[in-house]
Design a protein around this ligand. Sequence first.
Ligand SMILES: CC(=O)N[C@@H](Cc1ccc2ccccc2c1)C(=O)O
Ligand SMILES: [Mg+2]
Length: 369
Amino acid sequence: MRIEAIELRRVDIPLVTPFRTSFGTQDTRDCVLVRVVTDVGEGWSECVTMPWPLYSAESSDVVIPIVSAHMAPRLLGVDGIGPRDVARLLAPIRGHRMAKAGLEAAVLDAWLRAAGQSFASFLGVTATRVPCGVSVGIHDSTEALVETVGGYLDEGYVRIKLKIEPGNDVEAVAAVRRAFGEDVPLQVDANAAYEPGDIPLLRQLDAFGLLLIEQPFDEERLLANVDLRAAIDTPVCLDESAVSAQVVADAIRLGAVDIVNIKAGRVGGYLEAARIHDLCVAHGVPVWCGGMVETGIGRAANAVLAGMAGFSLPGDNSGFDRFYATDIVADPLRMVDGHLPVPTAPGMGFELDPEAIEAVTVERVLLEA
Ligand SMILES: CC(=O)N[C@@H](Cc1ccc2ccccc2c1)C(=O)O
Ligand SMILES: [Mg+2]
């Protein structure tokens, strides 16, 4: 395959309700779509960057400059490129994993569509549906939080994840447990908001029978998770820290992790995500599919990834309507009986809605060979 052009589209899509986490509140999804034009057809993907570098070092502002200046020149006009070549060609560039993931996924989409192959068959996924977990933002009151969680449980979500931060943690989890009982699968996500000195506070969460506590400490604090695991019963899950198969392998060897949240954007692409899945399965480490409030493009690909056999815990695979009133794909994923269907059409699993994409495009750059 030969990449003749790469188009980058910055999009800004309103969220149905503001989404508050320990690093801020979002009321729109500001990210970057990638379209690759090849000699065998087009492919699309999304970069899951945030508008500001608070989840990770990347941000949406940086994607277009870094792809334009340093990544596209390594891909445009090169003959014989397949999806497995993108990471290799971009490997000399340090970091910028969400930008790299977007380029690889767009090439994968074009390559699969040209071959008439689904992403599910490419990954060897035989699951026809995946369970839906939902990520619940920090609320102004426990009453409001309980009302929101009740609504998601009524919709059929099989797992609840609560965002927490210092000052919004034990009381919120206790209120949800009081309202819905001990049997609701429940986990928390700190988005790196705690310090090692908070370990006694985090130990209080052991009272609630949580599935896991996600990313309690800063991305670069691996050994603090070793201390935390020695101090609490709740399994420790990594998100922001789990940036590559290499880091996950070292975290496992260090005894710094019980469970891994896998996100293709965070690790540089779906192929690396599959490698992390295989690594964790080999070490008996449970994995689940994380979410970055994706549009229907990333949401479909994540539904396929979550279908891999080792994804043994419900992921942040929610229906599009958890975050959006309308989607930019023609076939938005809707939850049915607490599950999303695994897409089986050729390509990464979505069909675009060009008008909808046009309506949310705020910036566009076309890079040509
Ligand atoms: C679903 C979930 O909790 N995702 C990320 C963090 C996150 C939170 C909020 C977001 C808002 C806009 C865009 C991306 C976002 C990602 C997480 O697991 O840590
Ligand atoms: Mg997380």
